[in-house]
Design a binder for this molecule. Sequence first.
Ligand SMILES: [Zn+2]
Length: 486
Amino acid sequence: MAYEIVIGLEVHVELKTESKLCCGCSTKFNAEVNTLVCPVCLGLPGALPVLNKKAVELSIITGLALNCEIAEHCQFDRKQYFYPDLPKGYQLTQFYHPIGREGWLEVNLAGKNRKIGIPRIHLEEEAGRSYHAGKGIIDAEYSLLDYNRSSIPLLEIVTAPELHSPQEAKKFMECLKTTLEYIDVSDCKMAEGSLRCDANISVRHRGDLQLGKRVEIKNMNSFRALEAALEDEAKRQVSLLQQGTPLQREESRAWVEEKGRTLFMRFKEEPHEYRYFPDPDLLPIEIADHWIQDLRSQLPELPQIKRQRYLREYELPAYDGELLSSSKQMADFFELAVQAYDGEPKKVSNWILGELARLINLEKIEFGQVKVTPGALAQLLTLLDQKVINGKIAKMVFEETFYTGKKPEAIVAEKDLEQVSDPKVIKEIVARTIAAHPLPVRDYLRGKKKALGFLVGQVMAETKGKANPEMVRDLLDEELSFLSRS
Ligand SMILES: [Zn+2]
């Protein structure tokens, strides 16, 4: 029997503000524990909050980038529950009036562009951080608490249950992360927790109208973990369906990386159990139209639009367009290099997605850390076009530019790498090579065309790789056909 997996995501993004949501404490990551706190974010009696305008602004920007309707009026509610990392006993969130609604993000899933619904985004605050000693969150011996993170502004982005495989969920997250990086509202570092994601997953018989009971999975801190956890949970739910014992109650499970499994945490509460009510300390927020328009005008070109422009303007294949636009830094690099270069944009793309990406992966660094400048790449391509260097030398020069930041022209001059294109010089080496290798020459003349490659290699080696390879091939061919006639 066929099963359908249904996945919705709840993404939490720490907004890039200097200070917390309702106090002046710094949002710095990794400070000494419990040093970035004050009466407000510790929830001491009598402390009153003052809302951080920047957090609202970054939320509006995100809403606009995700095609949401921005609320004219929103407010904060208290979500009440007890947990040691929540000193106030409630979390500020926007339950009744979220800042954005009815948005979507276009994602390329299996070669097809699909708009994944984003029914709501809302602003809330972070809890503190628990450090579990012992065997991890489920069977910790004791826990330590750090309130530095308490009340950092957090934006929750909720997707519709429109993703149908762990791979689609991962792809959506990658695409969302790219968008958030473009608009620069968050660091988006999954390892540091500034981008997190919980997933709701259920499985049903294909064709069923009713969704199955869903399970919420937490504790995934990489895209790979998200995919693996969903794979594991989908498998578990399918096997429950097969045994005729589908889930009866919604539950939360934690992804345990070392075990490669999701483990039961608790049954889920219903929303009404949190006793949400409007926060009496914070005034409602009125969002004027001109404020929205002003922020809209500051939005950069978003990745989906950029990708389409690359195909149109630079005649790149869809594959190149998607990869280049998947990182703002890479896209900026590409555009600057194209500006500095007279040749085809596709060549620029080939070098970025080929050699540059290869070296970045090899060195395990971020795109932003590379020493090659767009101008240097343009210079290298120009040297190639002008046949000052050949393709093989170009790779060598590029590698040196990558590691040292030196300009290609300087490397070529310093190491005397200019291509040997003087036919007289090459002819001489060709003649010497033919004389020195009678066996391959005989093979070639008897029809073994492969032997030509060996001879080309010999000539190239003699010029330390600097000869113009086309010229070598032509001249060898010429000499050999002369021999074959004589
Ligand atoms: Zn504070």
